[in-house]
Ligand binder design. Sequence first.
Ligand SMILES: Cc1cc2nc3c(=O)[nH]c(=O)nc-3n(C[C@H](O)[C@H](O)[C@H](O)COP(=O)(O)O)c2cc1C
Length: 209
Amino acid sequence: MNFEQIAKKRRAINFFDEKKQVSEEQLKQLVELAAKTPSSFNLQPWNLMVLKSPEEKQKLKPLAWDQPKVVEAPVVLIVLADKATSSKGHPVFEKNWDQMLASKAMKAEQREWFENATQSLYNWSPDANLAFAVKNAGFFAMSLMYAATSLGLESHPMDGFDHEAVRREFKIPDNFWIPALLAVGYKKPDMELAPPKWRKTYDEILISF
Ligand SMILES: Cc1cc2nc3c(=O)[nH]c(=O)nc-3n(C[C@H](O)[C@H](O)[C@H](O)COP(=O)(O)O)c2cc1C
């Protein structure tokens, strides 16, 4: 499938086939494809919690507007945006620095510049820090959806959940924000897809001030 086909085929699927599982290999392939997502300074401030067991999904459902797809989909991903990634000392920040040195993208004497740049861009306020993490993790979530389509899977992103309740129930530390839940699986065979939803036109998207 080329990108046009993927973009046109992807839909938010409401009814999942409860009998059709997503294998470990498929999940790994999906995540590794989505991991190609670009991020600011390549900091990749995203993580995923994978819920597969009926018990875990059942625990999530009442916190997610009781949406049936939370238990019907074989896999539900809790997409996490790690606000701490843009701070020195974070393992990914440090790994990224080491990788930049190894690939000669940066020199050792640029360390202070790098710390100042990430500090001034992403840590100057709680809003900026949240925006950094959620924007990049949002791109990652989108990649997961397109990657799912490319692998013959279906997905459904969800905002309809109680952020703090999910944080509490799944013991998610404070440095993480949850940009979305993502159900992944296969469409129930007998369910008809609703016609594609409207989209803003080219002219509606372009704006000037
Ligand atoms: C971040 C995000 C959160 C969403 N949250 C929900 C949700 O909680 N429940 C739901 O039924 N649909 C949810 N949707 C699905 C949208 O309603 C759907 O993507 C949109 O109407 C366009 O339809 P399509 O994805 O089939 O093209 C969400 C979509 C996104 C991108």
